[in-house]
Design a protein around this ligand. Structure first.
Ligand SMILES: [Zn+2]
Length: 324
């Protein structure tokens, strides 16, 4: 099995970064944030790409929507290219290195962090994006994954409140409710998006593997289904541009504990892949400096196992089970 490394020049990049220079001015006062108002009452609907600067599929989807000159039929539409500083450093010879510049933009969304003393490049950008995010009634955050061929999934947050949105989209097949990240608050878990008493909803879509053509198709497809469901665009127009068939059904995966590396010596003791199911509880899965990690329950599903060398504290895999 050949595993990608940050300096692996053999990675097959099927996607190229779109030219986003034409989209710098979006009428919002903030670079690469587009706000389009219908002049009619309705929700504020936001799509965000490039929370991670090297995840090109979302940028391709938003570039496509802008080239179609998408305009909302009601309410307000916000299209944001988030981590432009990281995206602008994208280098096809080392595509993993432009995920972020100083820190992960998807771990900074707690107010205490946003309003704190930190001054990283990502925090500065998050502070620019925050007013748009906090104005959004519904938000879609477009991402991609590390593992080749990884099937797409929707991360619905830490509660069930956004599941109805994911089910209304019908896409993708796997819906995930999890426990968030110890390393910091994700965008979809911010404020009202995570408050069961608030009607606001947010989904993070992992559209497929980084740089695989199918992930861009999925990003466009889910974005269209999202805009159509919310009445933002003409349904017949959206239907005419859908890219991916609906799965026969959607499955809910509840994710519990994650396994974090204790050192760089962490290693899986079996070949692993995303959404792999391990039937028996107690199966030896990984080890790290003599510590052994076993599956905690039957039919344990591996979520996005990391195939890159870990650092102490880094989540290497998360474990879940399908809900009947
Ligand atoms: Zn991402």
């Amino acid at each position: 099995m050949s595993l990608p490394t940050p300096h692996d020049h053999t990675i097959d990049l099927q996607l190229a970064p779109p030219d986003l220079r034409p989209w710098r001015e979006g009428g919002s006062g903030v670079d690469h944030v587009h706000v389009r108002a219908s002049g009619r009452p309705g929700p504020t609907v936001m799509l965000q790409a490039l929370t991670h600067g090297n995840e090109l599929c979302g940028a391709i989807a938003l570039d496509w929507l802008l080239r179609q000159d998408v305009r909302p039929l009601h309410g307000r539409l916000v299209l944001a290219f988030a981590n432009m500083a990281a995206f602008n450093r994208f280098d096809a010879r080392s595509p993993f290195e432009s995920r972020c510049v100083d820190e992960d933009l998807n771990r900074v969304w707690e107010d205490a962090v946003l309003h704190g003393p930190g001054d990283t490049l990502e925090l500065r950008r998050a502070r620019e994006l925050r007013p748009f995010i906090d104005s959004a009634d519904v938000l879609l955050d477009l991402h991609s994954m590390q593992e080749a061929g990884a099937p797409p999934l929707a991360i619905c947050g830490m509660t069930d409140k956004s599941l109805s949105l994911a089910r209304a989209l019908g896409q993708p097949e796997t819906l995930l409710v999890d426990t968030g990240h110890a390393g910091g608050l994700r965008l979809i878990d911010r404020g009202g998006f995570a408050d069961p008493a608030s009607p606001r909803q947010a989904l993070l879509i992992e559209c497929g593997a980084h740089w695989e053509a199918v992930s861009a198709e999925m990003a466009i497809d889910v974005s269209l289904r999202f805009l159509r469901h919310l009445g933002m665009v003409d349904a017949a127009w959206a239907d005419a541009h859908l890219r991916c068939p609906l799965p026969p059904r959607q499955r809910l995966l509840r994710v519990g504990e994650g396994i974090a590396a204790r050192s760089q010596a962490f290693q899986f003791l079996m070949p692993t892949h995303h959404l792999m199911v391990i039937p028996r509880a107690g199966t030896l899965l990984a080890e790290d400096q003599g510590h052994r990690f076993v599956t905690p329950h039957d039919d344990c599903v591996l979520v996005m196992p990391s195939h890159r060398a870990g650092q102490a504290g880094q989540t290497m895999v998360r474990l879940g089970r399908y809900e009947a």
